[in-house]
Design a protein around this ligand. Sequence first.
Ligand SMILES: CC(C)(COP(=O)(O)OP(=O)(O)OC[C@H]1O[C@@H](n2cnc3c(N)ncnc32)[C@H](O)[C@@H]1OP(=O)(O)O)[C@@H](O)C(=O)NCCC(=O)NCCS
Length: 156
Amino acid sequence: MIAALYIKRFAPEDIKEVVDLEKRAFPVGPYTREELDLAFSSSGSFNFLLYDNDTHNLLGYVVATEIDRLTANIESIAVDPDIEGKGAGSVLLKYIEDEMMARGYKVSTLEVREKNDRAIEFYKKKGYQMLEVVNDFYQLSFKGSKHALRFIKKLS
Ligand SMILES: CC(C)(COP(=O)(O)OP(=O)(O)OC[C@H]1O[C@@H](n2cnc3c(N)ncnc32)[C@H](O)[C@@H]1OP(=O)(O)O)[C@@H](O)C(=O)NCCC(=O)NCCS
């Protein structure tokens, strides 16, 4: 676990740091600045940014949005590759799921690349279950696939 962290909400001036982290975390098909701007600022969306308390560097982010009155979807979650496997993803996921519940959502969903073994393992550990394969969900191939797996978790 990383020693000291703090969490805050996204503000427009954070976009550059988020874009930089996005490029490092997703070697294939990172969201563009415009896509991230939209994800963070669209109505019904909510987010958390995670920082190192000493350096004030961005360590990760998560952004979610409403699908319907009972369902919210994790649009994206990423941590700095240098600190993967040290608990930052777990912190971000916990914050966003708690926020979903506080907003009255009963179900969390997400899509993940079918070849993103690490993230799939992460979600399974956190209680997500595979619902369906979504063919050609992504424009670019990662490890030969454009398909997504849609995962779902009942919040409680
Ligand atoms: C997926 C991601 C957010 C996970 O964040 P993280 O900080 O590495 O995750 P944590 O350290 O909190 O790990 C949580 C669990 O995931 C599992 N996990 C982490 N790294 C793993 C790996 N390389 N292989 C298998 N499981 C792994 C661990 O078993 C861990 O469980 P534990 O707490 O019992 O040890 C992070 O790897 C990431 O940003 N990846 C790149 C971007 C991405 O693919 N995002 C998801 C898009 S849908």
